[in-house]
Design a protein around this ligand. Structure first.
Ligand code: NAD
Length: 439
């Protein structure tokens, strides 16, 4: 079976199926189509499948025209019919891996997907888990579900782990331009997964096994979380002694070795950095070990919205205003610059805290026209308010939470009475700087 799959990968006749058509899955489909493969996309969310079939995109950087062209050319078949999983030669799993309410790994989506695949698994299929998870998931969670089908691993079917490294909104890196780490469950699985990805991405990095590949992804995200926490802490210290942390970082990053710049902000957001390190803490607890860096970073990063709100209160106070009744417009509810993804965005926590203090809230985000309902946050339903001069002047404070490139920061500062900037977005503004407070 390995030989025929190897040949199908080599001549690109293998059909690549991606399970989970979200922020990771859809760009991955794009990389395989660009490499000359036919693809299938599977999602339990029928509304997504219908949108794709109608040539509509729900992800900012994937154009709808490209989707309809690929569907018409039969290069991309989106479906919610999980029986069709049998039609693909390779199945790449990109489903969510959130935390449960008690902040433990929630592998329900991965398990459900493994069961869907196991129900139709046939000889000659390669399954690769891409979802971010703790070391041991592919072996301890996915393998037993697939093995129950009764086929032989390494002979009939193949299993590997390869973490996704998508950086949404970064025009310099698409899925195909980012090196891919690959670990197999056994040698034939490793060989086939490496062969497949090497057709679609710039560079494949083989590692000893699935556990190394899983740990690699968690290391990357923990590294970010810890370094962001460090600069967040230094931001608060430097502010107290009258030093601008952004200036310090800009100076430090001129060192050509041994320093990588991380930037402070209003708190962590997105699907990865606030969540993934806790997958590792969970494993550590199981092994009787603490992960102090992860816990401390989590503590500092989650305290940032409160710090920012205190800065807003202090800035209003300088102008003789209480938070209660003050009109505050928050700019940017997406979790990072130039994306439309609001998941885990600290903006919701900021709005909740400001709202609880009696502020009269509004928001603007060119990428998020309506405030989505969030599972863990209670914020009122609102539409994005257009930023004209009159509206800006009517606000007691404009709070920059996300530094989208679409904003004209000079215009904002010139028309607002007070701007609290959590991202150093106003660094190039020349006029009326006395209205800016960094937070
Ligand atoms: N978004 C990122 O930037 C990013 C970056 C690196 C890694 N990751 C990781 O990649 C994984 C996917 O993240 P995402 O951001 O693409 O999530 P997403 O929520 O955008 O997409 C996941 C999709 O999977 C679908 N799905 C859920 N259960 C399914 C099932 N049983 N069968 C088929 N489809 C199912 C959902 O309907 C959804 O469309 C996560 O583990 C995440 O941590 C995400």
């Amino acid at each position: 079976m390995a030989k025929s799959l190897e040949k199908a990968i080599a001549d690109r006749s293998a059909v690549v199926g991606v399970v989970g058509l979200g922020y990771v899955g859809l760009p991955l489909i794009r990389a395989f189509i660009a490499a000359g493969f036919r693809t299938m996309g599977f999602d339990v969310d029928n509304s997504k499948v219908e949108k794709l079939l109608a040539g509509q995109s729900y992800i900012g950087h994937i154009p709808g025209e490209w989707i309809s062209e690929c569907i018409q050319a039969k290069k991309f078949v989106p479906t919610a019919d999980m029986k069709r999983l049998a039609e693909a030669d390779a199945l790449l799993i990109c489903v969510p891996t959130p935390l449960s309410d008690s902040r433990d790994p929630d592998l329900a989506y991965v398990e459900a997907t493994a069961r869907q695949i196991a129900a139709v698994l046939r000889p000659g299929q390669l399954v690769v888990l891409e979802s971010t998870t703790y070391p041991g998931t592919t072996r301890d969670v996915v393998l037993p579900i697939l093995a129950a089908r009764g086929l032989e691993l390494g002979k009939d079917y193949f299993l590997a782990y390869s973490p996704e490294r998508e950086d949404p909104g970064n025009p310099d890196f698409s899925a195909s331009g980012i090196p891919k780490v690959v670990g197999g469950m056994e040698p034939a699985s490793a060989r086939l997964a490496e062969a497949l990805y090497s057709k679609a991405v710039v560079n494949v990095v083989p590692v000893a096994n699935c556990e190394v590949a899983e740990a690699c992804k968690i290391l990357e995200n923990t590294y970010r979380s810890v370094n962001i926490a460090m600069v967040n802490e230094l931001k608060m210290l430097f502010d107290r002694i009258g030093i601008d942390v952004w200036e310090v970082i800009d100076a430090a990053k001129t060192k050509p070795f041994g320093f990588q710049a991380f930037y402070p902000g209003p708190g962590l957001g997105g699907h990865c950095i606030p969540i993934d390190p806790f997958y590792l803490s969970w494993v550590a607890r199981k092994h009787g070990m603490p992960t102090r860096f992860i816990e401390l970073a989590g503590e500092i990063n989650t305290s940032m919205p409160t710090y920012v709100v205190n800065r807003v209160i202090a800035a209003l106070n300088e102008a003789g205003k209480p938070l209660k009744g003050s009109k505050i417009c928050l700019l940017g509810v997406a979790y990072k610059k130039d994306v439309d993804d609001p998941r885990e965005s600290p903006s919701f926590e900021l709005m909740e805290l400001l709202g609880a203090g009696g502020a009269v809230l509004s928001y603007n985000d060119p990428h998020v026209p309506k405030l989505p309902k969030m599972r863990h946050h209670d914020v009122p339903a609102m539409d994005s308010t257009p930023l004209d001069a009159k509206f800006l002047a009517s606000q007691d404070c404009v709070l920059i939470a996300t530094d989208h490139s679409a904003y004209d920061y000079s215009f904002i500062v010139q028309n607002a009475r007070l701007v609290v900037d959590t991202r150093n977005a106003t660094k190039n503004v020349r006029q009326a700087r006395e209205r800016i407070r960094k937070a």
